[in-house]
Design a protein around this ligand. Structure first.
Ligand code: CO
Length: 134
């Protein structure tokens, strides 16, 4: 059911420092920061040959990243995103097997303009999983 690894999202305490590190130290192709007010984050997209890295920083009040950074002040891997062909079918298959889909199970439009869902990390070895329809 799942396809490519679309991206790894890393919550970072300082977006400029993290972006500069990927650009200057690691020599990656780093885009300009992009505010995503609907998701409460500012994102820096990093294109790698086989996947993407997304640096996430809280934006506004009630950011979903704020609590994570409180628990992990130096930052950390926040979620993995796998591609699926049909997000409704993926959700139904997961629900039928007892997995918990966050946010009521209705896909939202994610940072790339495609429908996404998140799966409860406790059901997946402590890893928050995002599914993105491609
Ligand atoms: Co993501």
């Amino acid at each position: 059911m799942i396809g490519r690894l679309n991206h790894v999202a890393i919550a970072v305490p300082d977006l400029e420092v993290a972006a500069a590190q990927y650009r200057d130290m690691l020599g990656a192709s780093v885009a300009a920061p992009q505010d995503e007010p609907d998701h409460g984050v500012t994102v820096v997209f990093i294109e790698l040959p086989n996947t993407k890295i997304e640096l996430l920083h809280p934006l506004g009040d009630n950011s979903p990243i704020a609590g994570f950074l409180e628990k992990n002040p130096s930052g950390g891997i926040h979620h993995l995103c796998y591609e699926v062909e049909n997000i409704a079918a993926a959700r139904d298959r997961l629900l039928a097997q007892g997995a918990r889909v966050l946010g009521g199970g209705e896909p939202k439009i994610g940072a790339h303009g495609k429908p996404v869902l998140f799966l409860h990390p406790k059901d997946f070895n402590g890893t928050l999983i995002e599914l993105e329809e491609v």
